[in-house]
Design a protein around this ligand. Structure first.
Ligand code: FAD
Length: 396
């Protein structure tokens, strides 16, 4: 019988695992001893990190989307649409069902279906929903809205944690500051306020750097403001602690949750996420402990930061452990919490330079003091092109 590896989700993490395994096991696949299958509801990949830049016209849809035919190795059996959209996962019986009713069995399972915005979680949010977090279309709507800012209080509200890339609202706020200051040249007429759901903004040195920059750029930061409801008519936000704040324009990062089919399959824990051992990433949740099931990326444990950088390192560790499992060599590698946040404090405009920095850290090793630089801005901008041909293909 063939050994079967099944990957759920062909986003960032799932694609890296599929491509690394396809290279390693090319001979076994050719001899039909091993089969790798990947499932996704869509045949197009989107680099969501680009959504933050779309409102400022820094990338185009072509830059941040690719057909999965060009990304996933042809050695991998890929199913998209009705034959790829997972509707239930039965870990006991090692069986996954998709929208068409077709079932897939496996010996090894990788669950990498990301997470999604839960816009109904905050009463009133859908009455005044402007967000760059959910889709290209929504990011373009934010572009059209910010072009019309002429004054008043612009509120950027991160409703609650965890969200994918908690650094994205921070760099969006800094880029909006640069845009109003250096492009529209009406920054003095705008009160820019970030509503943040926690006290610190990232690890201590990260918090220190961004707090100083917010102060310097006259951006108001209201911390510990977990969004409870929105009154779109009165243009008012209420926090879980009962504080009230007014706004003229609201841009929201909605709460996020694990994919519904995984919740319905009873795989999520009391916090709503898939729990796993923090270093082996093997499933340890309410459905039992499964060493043959790996959890990675945005749907993973609440305490693991949800970033593309983290998903990449997790995918490297899981790929190596699947290689170890298939060879039966008894070796184990570990995810050591490698993650990071590419921060931008200044957006490049025709007259002013951009400044950025890719801060990285891991379990027990917080980032060292840093400053954003012009070269950091260019490296981060370049990354979006490297993403497709190097990162997603698992070449580093
Ligand atoms: C606005 C924004 C900005 C960001 N900026 C950065 C950044 O600058 N740096 C950084 O490191 N990270 C950033 N991130 C985070 C990064 O995009 C994610 O952490 C990363 O994509 C996670 O990878 P993943 O594989 O877990 O999920 P995804 O890449 O989201 O892939 C999940 C896949 O699962 C599929 N799927 C979902 N449900 C089903 C189903 N039922 N059946 C089949 N398939 C399904 C989806 O179609 C998708 O292809 C950003 C995210 C956002 C939203």
């Amino acid at each position: 019988m063939k050994e079967r590896i099944l990957i759920l989700g062909a986003g960032y993490a799932g694609s890296v695992v599929a491509n690394i395994l396809a290279r390693e096991f090319r001979n076994r696949i050719a001899r039909e001893e091993l089969k790798i299958t990947i499932l996704d509801k869509s045949d197009t990949s989107i680099n969501q990190g680009g959504f933050t830049f779309i409102p400022f016209d820094l990338y185009t849809p072509e830059d941040i989307t690719r057909s999965r035919k060009k990304l996933i190795s042809p050695r991998v059996k890929a199913f998209y649409g009705k034959n790829g959209e997972v509707t239930s996962v039965d870990l006991q019986n090692k069986e996954v069902t998709v929208r068409s009713g077709k079932k897939y069995s496996y010996e090894h399972l990788v669950v990498a279906m990301g997470c999604r915005a839960d816009v109904d979680a905050v009463p009133g949010l859908t009455d005044d929903l402007n967000t760059f977090y959910t889709s290209l279309e929504d990011a373009f709507k934010v572009r059209d809205i910010i072009r019309k800012i002429n004054g008043g209080r612009v509120a950027i509200s991160v409703a609650s944690m965890p969200v994918p890339c908690p650094g994205a609202p921070i760099k969006f706020t800094f880029m909006l500051d640069s845009y109003l200051r250096n492009v529209k040249k009406n920054r003095d007429d705008v009160q820019l306020t970030l509503f943040w759901p926690m006290e610190p903004i990232g690890p201590p040195e990260f918090n220190k750097m961004v707090s100083e920059q917010f102060k310097e750029k006259n951006v108001e930061v209201i911390r510990n403001f977990q969004l409870s409801s929105i009154d779109a008519t009165a243009k008012m936000l209420t926090s879980k602690n009962g504080e009230i704040a007014n706004y003229d324009l609201l841009i929201t990062i909605p709460p996020h949750k694990a994919p519904q089919p995984l919740i319905d399959s009873g795989l999520t824990d009391e916090k709503g996420w898939l729990s796993a051992n923090e270093t082996t990433l093997q499933y340890r949740g309410p459905a039992g402990n499964f060493d043959n099931v790996y959890v990675l990326g945005d749907l993973g444990p609440a305490q693991i930061l949800k970033t593309g950088i983290g998903a990449h390192y997790q995918a490297l560790a899981v790929s190596q452990n699947l290689i170890n499992d298939v060879y039966g060599n008894g070796m184990k590698t570990h995810y050591e919490g490698e993650t990071g946040c590419p921060i931008v404090t200044d957006m490049e405009t025709q007259t002013t330079p951009g400044k950025g920095y890719i801060a990285t850290w891991k379990y027990g090793v917080p980032p060292a003091p840093f400053k954003t630089t012009e070269i950091g801005w260019y490296l981060y901008r370049m990354y979006y092109h490297i993403h497709w041909d190097a990162s997603v293909k698992g070449l580093f």
